[in-house]
Design a protein around this ligand. Structure first.
Ligand code: NAG
Ligand code: NAG
Ligand code: NAG
Ligand code: NAG
Ligand code: NAG
Ligand code: NAG
Ligand code: NAG
Ligand code: NAG
Ligand code: NAG
Ligand code: NAG
Ligand code: NAG
Ligand code: NAG
Length: 499
């Protein structure tokens, strides 16, 4: 039975662990031996996996309480009677494999191996750049994260993000160096490098590159080319540049202010010319110029409408001329009853739109005309001009011949009467034939009315009955709100239409 006991003892399990397995430099680690309560003659610790005197750390004989140190002993190791090894004030060199050899009472030995890793607490890393002021498009920059240490993982961040996929960004195999090929102003950063190992992590301060660039072609604002005489001309010039560019203004080649702003008070047409902004970056040595041709214009004066006769008979022609004092770059447009004049094929604009010819005139052309002249800095409208069209109501496209007894010509005033008259005429009307030849002109005002009770008296074509009142107004009750004050003796016509 004694023999059996020894066999069991000989096979008793011996294990060693490292506590902690990833230890911090400067701190302690214990390599506890678990021997399941067996008695041993002694323990021998070696550095490395080889059981050899040259790697001996310490030898301990339990019974005699004798401890012998070897070449691998540093003075920081302590062995306990239970076989555990305490390592104090760890160095990075303490990383590695340790072998425990146990020797039992009959001097049989058994070896176990344990691995210990020692890592530094990572200091705050710093970024070193091999070029602090790289020039855009010319220089490549190497950023290095320091210090470099074993077992440390390096990671770069730019603008708080992971590095983008970009062929211009290259990492060394250990990730300690980031190379920016041919930097641009967008590579300014900031950059950070992060370090970590199994026991700690740290992060560098942000580092930004001072990428030198520009100037780009400057922009002159405001963007207008025309300015009104009598105002102040206030121009500013901006060019992206690092460091900021020096600015100089030239007018027709003559130097002006040497700042980014140019102010010329109370400009006149003589200030028209070529304005250029010259920018120069003394560090990149580059320069750029922007040129803007500026024209100073007097505001337009009020135009007037001229014609030979403001009263025309239907089917005659009329020519309206918009008179304005001659200005360069003036454009003219025509208004009819306060809206943009819709040109029909009876109308023709000539001489730069200043002459409006209507041939033949239709009764629908009667109304208020205005012309508007404008140049890039101003616009003015003429006064309202009333065109009066005399016509024979028996020829009206909306009425069958003879349906209307006549037109009332008198010296009575008042739209009420005219309306009443038109209403009257409407009832008298028998409906029917229409040659429709003027209808397109009238649809504007005659369309889309709701169906009245007398709708079935009308032909399918919209019919319009007209009544013209001719009266001498002493004190005209202005029929159109925007109407100018006609002369007291002027003849006023009122059109009344009824569907
Ligand atoms: C061995 O002894 C040391 C010191 O007394 C103790 O810290 C350690 O826990 C012991 N190891 C085991 C496995 O009992
Ligand atoms: C073994 O010897 C050391 C000093 O060498 C002593 O401190 C320790 O108490 C001794 N242990 C025993 C169990 O006698
Ligand atoms: C730990 O070791 C370092 C050098 O390796 C030494 O400067 C320091 O004093 C030691 N600390 C302790 C507590 O022994
Ligand atoms: C670490 O070990 C190497 C050789 O393995 C030696 O050259 C170096 O001096 C050691 N460093 C320390 C701090 O013990
Ligand atoms: C980073 O390192 C510095 C010392 O270099 C230390 O004070 C700081 O606590 C560390 N930060 C982290 C997160 O470990
Ligand atoms: C910085 O490093 C990059 C990449 O290695 C290299 O192309 C560049 O010439 C270096 N710049 C300086 C000023 O050494
Ligand atoms: C270097 O960083 C990249 C990602 O940034 C990572 O995929 C790679 O594993 C890292 N390499 C090393 C050696 O840490
Ligand atoms: C910088 O980035 C902006 C916007 O992402 C881009 O429009 C511009 O072209 C870039 N500039 C350079 C020099 O790459
Ligand atoms: C602007 O100049 C005109 C003529 O050059 C002059 O009559 C006018 O008084 C000036 N206005 C101001 C505000 O200086
Ligand atoms: C502007 O740059 C051109 C070449 O880029 C150079 O020839 C010229 O002398 C520069 N002008 C100034 C005023 O720096
Ligand atoms: C400005 O005007 C000059 C002549 O007056 C002309 O040669 C030049 O091309 C113009 N520049 C621009 C930008 O219009
Ligand atoms: C204007 O024309 C109308 C109709 O054609 C005519 O009755 C009138 O006499 C003319 N007036 C002038 C001043 O020509």
């Amino acid at each position: 039975s004694l023999l059996t006991f020894w066999n069991v003892a000989a096979t008793a399990q011996l294990t060693v662990e490292a506590v902690p397995p990833n230890a911090v430099e400067g701190q302690d680690a214990l390599l506890p031996a678990h021997s399941e309560g067996q008695k041993f003659y002694g323990y021998i610790w070696y550095k490395g996996s080889q059981v050899h005197e040259s790697h001996l750390i310490i030898r301990h004989i339990i019974r005699s309480n004798i401890t012998v140190t070897g070449p691998a002993y540093t003075g920081r190791e302590t062995v306990y009677p239970n076989g555990s090894l305490l390592l104090q004030n760890l160095t990075l060199n303490d990383s590695g494999v340790y072998t425990l050899q146990k020797v039992d009472e009959v001097l049989q030995s058994q070896n176990v191996v344990v691995k210990l890793s020692v890592y530094p607490l990572l200091p705050k890393p710093s970024i070193r750049s091999n070029n602090s002021d790289p020039v855009e498009g010319e220089d490549s920059v190497a950023l290095t994260c320091e210090p470099k240490s074993e077992g440390t993982t390096y990671h770069w961040r730019v603008n708080g993000q992971n590095l983008p996929e970009d062929a211009r960004l290259q990492l060394s195999t250990d990730n300690t160096t980031l190379i920016l090929l041919s930097v641009t102003r967008n590579d300014t950063g900031p950059y950070q490098c992060e370090t970590w190992n199994p026991v700690s992590a740290n992060r560098s301060d942000s580092v930004s590159l001072n990428v030198l660039y520009g100037p780009d072609t400057p922009t002159i604002s405001p963007s207008e080319f025309y300015f009104q005489a009598g105002t102040n001309l206030n121009l500013s010039c901006q060019a992206a540049s690092n460091p900021p560019s020096q600015y100089s203004w030239f007018i027709n080649g003559i130097p002006q202010s040497s700042s980014s702003a140019l102010l010329i008070p109370n400009i006149t047409t003589n200030d028209s010319g070529s304005y250029s902004c010259f920018v120069n970056n003394s560090v990149t040595g580059l320069n750029r110029t922007a040129v803007k041709n500026i024209t100073i214009l007097e505001p337009v004066t009020q135009p007037s409408i001229q014609t030979i006769n403001s009263t025309v008979a239907e089917d005659d022609s009329v020519t309206l001329t918009c008179l304005s004092e001659g200005h360069a770059a003036v454009s003219i447009r025509w208004l009819f009853n306060n809206e943009e004049l819709r040109l029909t094929d009876r109308m023709k604009l000539t001489r730069n739109n200043s002459v409006l010819t209507i041939d033949p005139v239709w009764r629908a052309d009667a109304g208020l005309y205005q012309c508007e002249v404008s140049n890039p800095v101003s616009s003015r409208k003429s006064g309202l001009f009333r065109l009066v069209v005399l016509f024979d109501p028996t020829r009206s496209p909306g009425l069958s011949g003879g349906a209307i007894a006549g037109i009332v010509v008198g010296s009575v005033a008042g739209v009420t009467l005219a309306a009443a008259l038109a209403y009257f005429l409407y009832f008298r009307k028998t409906g029917g034939a229409s040659d429709g030849h003027h209808l397109t002109e009238h649809k504007l005002s005659a369309s889309n009315h709701s169906q009245g009770p007398f709708e079935n008296h009308l032909s399918k074509v919209d019919e319009i009955a007209y009544s013209a009142l001719n009266f001498n107004a002493q004190q005209p009750k202005s029929p159109a709100p925007a109407s100018p004050t006609p002369a007291a003796s002027e003849t006023i016509y009122s059109e009344v239409k009824k569907k």
